[in-house]
Design a protein around this ligand. Structure first.
Ligand code: SF4
Ligand code: SF4
Length: 383
């Protein structure tokens, strides 16, 4: 079902935010939800935090479309639901990449979705954290101009945003589609349908205009994506290129810390097991001729790629957190694209899509059994 909440006047960043807040206010007043999780600028005005609010009057202080992503909202939701289902129904507004991360984390049993309503919006992109922190006032204004002009290809945005072709309707329960002259609100599930019952006015014509706009941008973004991947392929093809690309990595592991998909509570690369004593290091130096510090930088990235490229949602947090400007997000997006293509899987599309390498069908196990048997038969012939 599709509903339109406002139309007829040109949308401005202010009117978009106002409409969204009105929507949440209606939903809270009608008791369909008890609380809402939204971004709010921190008191020092140089970053944002995710705030869970039960008091409707606090909605005025929120900024539903924040210019930056200090964390992936899926991580905030993960922390909220860590101990399982609570007694309140909450709605969380997220960018589509954050919705996709949430879907992956639901599959990985890191988020309990039962009493959570996921709400997304057409995302124009986000600003790099470092730029914003250097001059928040100026970048607040810049972001609003980008939003007003729907300038998704702006060079001021994070590089990974211009290659994101999944910037619109995702696996959320409700989606805010941004047309030039109004917001179109779509329900995408039973939960969403219920939430939308507090907003009326249906108009199918608006659907079509909005869908055409999204398709047009998607075509351009797919082109950007292909071009970026060609460049990244050159940087990562083969061991030597990969080594050169990560040559100035300082081994801080920030990229893994902020990644919503890198969810292990104890990372092998930060554990004592991965830190051998000096004798072992000397043996390694002797075997290789020399040993570079920080240790195992490339191993860390390759390990991370193999662990989570099936679920990488191209949110760009890793690039934001890298102090030496390695385009980690574009590299991981490229790797993720290759891995997900191989397994005919798309991260975060639907909770119902089984995660490859994690869920097996019975007949796949049968296939595996046959492979083991034939390998065993081959071994005994060779004996
Ligand atoms: S690897 Fe980077 S882009 Fe991919 S999900 Fe993690 S933080 Fe986001
Ligand atoms: S954030 Fe950058 S410097 Fe730190 S480990 Fe990742 S790639 Fe290396």
């Amino acid at each position: 079902m599709t509903k339109v909440s406002s139309k007829g006047t040109k949308l401005t960043p202010e009117s978009i935010r106002k409409e969204m807040k009105k929507f949440f206010k209606n939903a809270m007043e009608s008791k369909i939800i008890d609380a809402v999780m939204l971004p709010m600028q921190v008191p020092s005005k140089d970053s944002y935090a995710w705030i869970l609010i039960k008091d409707i009057s606090l909605l005025d202080d929120m900024n539903p479309i924040a210019p930056i992503m200090p964390i992936n909202a899926a991580n905030a939701l993960k922390k909220y639901t860590r101990k399982g289902k609570g007694k309140f129904k909450i709605a969380v507004l997220m960018r589509p990449c954050e919705i996709r991360a949430t879907i992956e984390l639901i599959k990985l049993k890191q988020i309990e979705p039962e009493d959570v309503i996921l709400i997304s919006y057409d995302c124009v992109g986000a600003l790099p954290m470092q730029d914003y922190i250097a001059d928040p006032e100026n970048y607040e204004k810049k972001f609003d101009i980008i939003l007003a002009e729907n300038n998704w290809n702006s060079e001021d945005l994070k590089p990974v945003c211009s290659i994101c072709d999944k910037f619109s309707l995702s696996a959320s329960d409700v989606h805010f589609g941004l047309k030039d002259d109004g917001i179109i609100i779509l329900s995408n599930s039973e939960k969403g349908e219920k939430l939308l019952s507090v907003n009326k006015n249906e108009d199918k014509k608006d659907d079509k205009i909005w869908a055409e706009k999204i398709d047009k941008i998607k075509i351009e973004k797919v082109k950007n994506r292909q071009n970026s991947f060609k460049e990244i392929k050159k940087m990562t093809d083969g061991f030597t290129n990969l080594q050169d690309t990560f040559a100035h990595c300082i081994g801080c592991h920030n990229c893994g810390t902020v990644c919503p998909i890198c969810y292990c509570r104890q990372c092998y690369f930060d554990s004592s097991v991965s830190k051998p004593n000096s004798d072992v290091k000397l043996i390694r130096a002797e075997n290789k001729g020399a040993l570079a510090f920080p240790l195992d930088r490339l191993m860390f990235h390759i390990g991370r790629m193999s662990h989570m490229s099936l679920s990488c949602v191209s949110c760009g947090l890793c690039s934001d957190a890298c102090p030496v400007d390695i385009p980690v997000a574009n590299i991981f997006s490229y790797m993720a694209n290759e891995t997900q293509k191989t397994f005919e899987y798309s991260a975060g599309e639907s909770v119902g899509d089984a995660l490859p390498m994690r869920d097996y069908k019975l007949d796949e196990l049968g296939e595996l059994g046959k492979l083991v048997k034939s390998a065993e038969a081959g071994e005994s012939e060779n004996e």
